[in-house]
Design a protein around this ligand. Structure first.
Ligand code: M6R
Length: 363
């Protein structure tokens, strides 16, 4: 389609892939989510006592965002576990556990093994999968396809945002059956409906991000910070950067920095801070001051115009505002572009990074 790499094409496809992931599934008139896979669970959805989410890599990151979504919207205790750890730790699966297994390929060996383990122990297993007919999709009790289209680049981009959108829809539906008011449900559905268009607007930061990558690409160590639902976005941004550009990057909750990693910050070290205007915003500003005080170079991802951040950060990348709980769908976009352009500038094989395969079928 005229793009230089699959990764770039897939980043730019997100307005469409998100529309496809949510198309026909958000019913604003009745204030409901209509997901075929969910209706198979029917009434059970209102009675699960616990959600256990598992996956690997980027899918694990979307699962972490799912934890915030399920706890806030459905008020159901939620845990997220690396599939590779879950399978070996003899997990306790009580009755009433909904296990959500996330995988783009549907073939990841560790994820498949975790699925089999929790299923054997009695969990209801629900798949959030992109590849139709894949092994994970076939072995779950019910599930939802992402409909994000084939993802060819090894770095997962459009599958990640589709996973988050699907988890948001499931959490909203579960919430509606429990305690969410019709007004709040409607507010979330309306916000989800506008996400594809806003992702299109977020993509307009590309030339700014490309120029930024050009200025910072010679730095070998980066930090990514976020709080709350944007903490997993920081992890995902760091994973994207290291995976395609081979720059060392670490993501973490912004407040954890002062418990050790702050020692890494020296003059000019790039520190990407995801800082949308939500309940943790003031605390994030304080973290930015801490970074600046040690000479770090702050790249802030903001929602809409933000004079406070303009004053504090070295560079501000703005994405449109949305409900705070859905902000990862937008704040992720500039971080994907940053990783892509850093990799191109470093002359790396963006779509096939060294030592990696699209689907990890070894344990
Ligand atoms: O196909 P899956 O979603 O199960 O793959 C899981 C991870 O291997 C995958 O997300 C990996 O971390 C990506 N390459 C990250 O961009």
């Amino acid at each position: 389609a005229g793009y230089e790499h699959h990764m770039l094409k897939e980043i730019h496809e997100q307005p469409v892939s998100l529309r496809n992931a949510m198309g026909g599934r958000l019913d604003l008139r009745s204030g409901r989510v209509t997901l075929g896979g969910l209706s198979r669970l029917g009434r059970e959805l209102a009675s699960f006592r616990r959600v256990l989410i598992t996956g690997c890599g980027t899918a694990w990151h979307s699962g972490l965002i799912g934890e915030y979504l399920f706890e806030e919207l459905a008020r159901v205790p939620t845990e997220v576990e690396y599939a590779s750890e879950l399978r070996y730790r003899n997990p306790i699966v009580e009755g009433g556990t909904l296990a959500i297994v996330i995988s783009q390929s549907g073939e990841t060996a560790d994820t498949l093994a975790a699925l089999r383990e929790v299923r054997m122990k009695g969990a209801t297993v629900f798949g959030v999968v992109n590849m139709v007919g894949s092994t994970i999709a076939r072995e779950t009790d019910a599930g939802v396809y992402l409909h994000a289209g084939p993802e060819i680049g090894v770095a997962s981009t459009k599958a990640f945002t589709a996973q988050v959108a699907v988890l948001a829809m499931i959490a909203t539906d579960m919430g509606r059956r429990r305690h969410l008011s019709p007004e709040r449900t409607q507010e979330i559905l309306e916000a989800l409906e506008t996400i594809p268009e806003k992702v299109g607007q977020a993509l307009q930061v590309e030339s700014q991000v490309q120029a930024l990558a050009g200025r910072l690409v010679d730095r070998d160590n980066w930090l990514y910070l976020g709080r709350g639902v944007n903490y997993p976005v920081a992890l995902e941004g760091a994973l994207k950067l290291k995976e395609v550009s081979y720059i060392h990057a670490e993501g973490m909750p912004a407040a954890e920095m002062k418990h050790g990693p702050i020692a890494l910050i020296d003059e000019g070290m790039p520190v990407v801070v995801v800082a949308p205007r939500d309940s943790t915003y003031d605390k994030v500003l304080a973290n930015i001051e801490e970074v600046r005080g040690r000479g770090g170079r702050v790249i802030a991802v903001a929602t809409a115009a933000d004079p406070d951040l303009e004053r504090l950060a070295d560079e501000v990348i703005s994405v449109p505002a949305t409900l705070p709980i859905l902000s990862p769908l937008l704040t992720t976009v500039p971080l994907q572009l940053l990783a892509y352009h850093a990799a191109v500038l470093r002359g790396q094989n963006v779509d096939k990074p060294r030592n990696l395969a699209k689907s990890v079928t070894v344990e």
